[in-house]
Design a protein around this ligand. Structure first.
Ligand code: HEM
Length: 557
């Protein structure tokens, strides 16, 4: 199957030239009845809508060819000829919702987002119910005084969300973290790759550098993972034997950073000046960047003035950042920095980017995703544990005991479980894109006019748990992407693109896409080679889940 084949998994690592174009594989038709791409089969019908508040247009929609007249936002009505080839336009509706009074509206939305009972899920759900729409206007944190314009158009379904991947329609300049951008003082004075739009020449140079790093270091990815995560499991077992429980987060932070440093640069950080300090430094530095949009679990009257209203001064982390920079400068000397110079990037700017990619993108991703992955598998219970252990051990045995990319391709349940965890709780849940020009977006029921310069915001967990696309969308179904289920992978968006598409220097899809799938598969494989089953307790952390092991049952077969 194309989307999960070895060739695809390893394409980023082994390609000789870097891809320059998105490879879109939209289906012409789809066998899944709820798929939004399924052609409508209803007799074309012309309706004329003239509606100022537009609420009554949100009825269960029979697909129609519409003749629309919306006094507020709709462009002039254009009669459409029914044609089997052309997609049918859904009824046009004015985007519901408003931004409230300046400052007050943004402040109110921020409080609701962080402190309403049920958290941000309830914030979004309440607005869906209020407006009877998965697309509406709202303010996103942080708002005053950190972001100058918190007004966004919210997208909460799997059909409208992919507009954020269309670089012909949306600009991705300086919006990696949303409606504000952290100070460049935190990144050596540079606008790092993640903040660059593909139209900026630097984007192609820097993304090529990341592809080069991944390609040239790929042979280290599996052995270094086994070494770092064997240490992690040894540590957890000792802790468990001593105290009856073992916290995953601290051990994972240490293992993840050591792994990335060795896999990307061949350097063991514990043998340098950094010693074991990197995870703490990186967490502090990341907090300086993300504090305006994170909930640290503190009371409102502390969290709001301290973290959500003003930026933390970069000086607080200057010395620590310099330690990281020195480590990355020394570790990346050689082929990677030579390649940077060849691409026209100064060594200094390249090091700040390598640091960011390793610490923010990669370490941050492992810090968020690994506990989530364990949480969902842990909750799956002994039955799925046994099936995973059987599948993984059978394949590894028949592969002479060796873990390889090709062997992992033969593990359909393991692969599906990883994709399902990425679907049900995407590690980077918020995505933004600014409209480059006027265009129309669609959810399952309606069309909406977007104006040039408006900010689109998608909350990904709602898009990848869209009940019109996925059955039992809120449930973790380990087998979801097996067999015919693989067709659903085009609705998995964790990498800022469809799982069936590839990152290129011309788009904003995560260049680590295949590497992330690889290291996540490795975690599951190593876990079930070593243990029959395990049990955990799950709490909350600012970045997602806090996992504590309460048992690890060593492999018996
Ligand atoms: C679980 C792990 C990861 C997740 C969930 C993740 C997710 C994402 C997402 C959602 C974006 C796009 C953000 C946006 O523009 O809105 C992104 C971009 C990016 N990611 Fe990842 N990522 C992960 C790991 C990695 C790794 C391992 C690397 C290192 C190779 C990496 C490097 C990058 C870079 C450089 C960008 C910017 C791409 C560009 O500007 O075209 N990420 N990632």
């Amino acid at each position: 199957m194309a989307s999960t084949s070895l060739t695809l998994i390893s394409s980023t690592f082994f390609q000789t030239e870097f891809p320059t174009k998105r490879t879109t594989k939209h289906p012409i038709s789809c066998s899944i009845s709820k798929c939004p791409f399924t052609p409508n089969s209803v007799t074309p019908l012309k309706v004329s809508v003239s509606d100022k508040n537009m609420t009554q247009s949100l009825v269960p929609v029979t697909p129609v060819t519409t003749l629309v007249s919306d006094t507020d936002t709709t462009p002039s009505s254009i009669p459409q000829q029914p044609s089997p080839q052309l997609p049918k336009r859904l009824p046009m509706r004015r985007i519901p919702g408003d931004y409230g009074l300046p400052f007050i509206g943004a402040f109110q939305d921020r409080l609701d987002y962080f402190y309403s009972e049920g958290g941000r899920d309830t914030f979004f759900r309440t607005k869906i119910n209020k407006y009877n729409s998965t697309i509406f206007r709202a303010n996103m944190p942080p708002g005053p005084f950190i972001s100058s314009n918190p007004n966004v158009i919210v997208l909460l379904d799997g059909k409208s969300f992919p507009i954020l991947f269309d670089n012909s329609k949306v600009e991705k300049r300086d919006i990696f973290t949303g409606t504000f951008m952290p100070s460049t003082e935190l990144t050596g004075g540079h606008r790092i790759l993640s903040y660059l739009d593909p139209t900026e020449p630097k984007h192609e140079q820097l993304k090529s550098l990341i592809f080069f790093l991944l390609k040239t270091r790929s042979s280290h990815f599996i052995p270094e993972f086994q070494s770092s995560y064997t240490n992690l499991f040894d540590t957890l077992e000792k802790e468990l034997a001593k105290t009856g429980k073992a916290t995953f987060s601290d051990a994972n932070d240490q293992a993840a950073f050591n792994y990335l440093a060795k896999a990307f640069f061949g350097t063991d950080p514990t043998e340098t000046n950094l010693k074991m300090d990197a995870p703490k430094i990186v967490s502090k530095w990341t907090l300086m960047q993300l504090s305006p949009i994170l909930s640290l679990g503190l009371p409102k009257y502390i969290q709001e003035p301290l973290f959500h209203t003003f930026r933390l001064p970069p000086i607080l982390v200057k010395k620590d950042y310099q330690r990281l920079y020195d480590f990355f400068y020394e570790s990346s000397t050689g082929p990677v920095l030579d390649e940077a110079v060849r691409l026209g990037v100064s060594k200094e700017e390249a090091v700040h980017n390598l640091l960011f990619t390793t610490c923010f993108n990669s370490f941050g991703g492992m810090k968020i995703f690994f506990p989530n992955l364990l949480k969902w598998i842990g909750r799956g219970g002994v039955n799925i544990h046994r099936r995973l252990a059987e599948e993984i051990r059978y394949v590894i045995k028949s592969n002479d005991g060796k873990v390889s990319m090709a062997a992992m391709e033969q593990m359909p349940l393991m692969k599906s479980v990883v994709y399902e965890a990425l679907r049900i709780e995407p590690p980077v849940p918020l995505q933004y894109g600014k409209a480059k020009h006027d265009f129309v977006i669609e959810n399952h029921e309606n069309s909406f006019q977007v104006k040039e310069g408006e900010m689109l915001f998608g909350f990904q967990p709602f898009a990848t748990k869209d009940p019109k696309i996925f059955d039992k969308a809120d449930e973790f179904v380990g087998e979801r992407f097996m067999g015919e289920g693989e067709k659903l992978l085009k609705h998995v968006f964790w990498s800022n693109g469809r799982e069936t598409e590839e990152p290129t220097v011309g788009n904003k899809q995560c260049p680590g896409k295949d590497f992330v799938v690889l290291f996540s598969r490795l975690l599951v494989v190593e876990l079930f080679l070593r243990y029959d089953t395990f049990s955990i307790q799950v709490g909350k952390s600012p970045t997602g889940s806090a996992v504590t092991f309460t048992s690890l049952k060593r492999a018996t077969f």
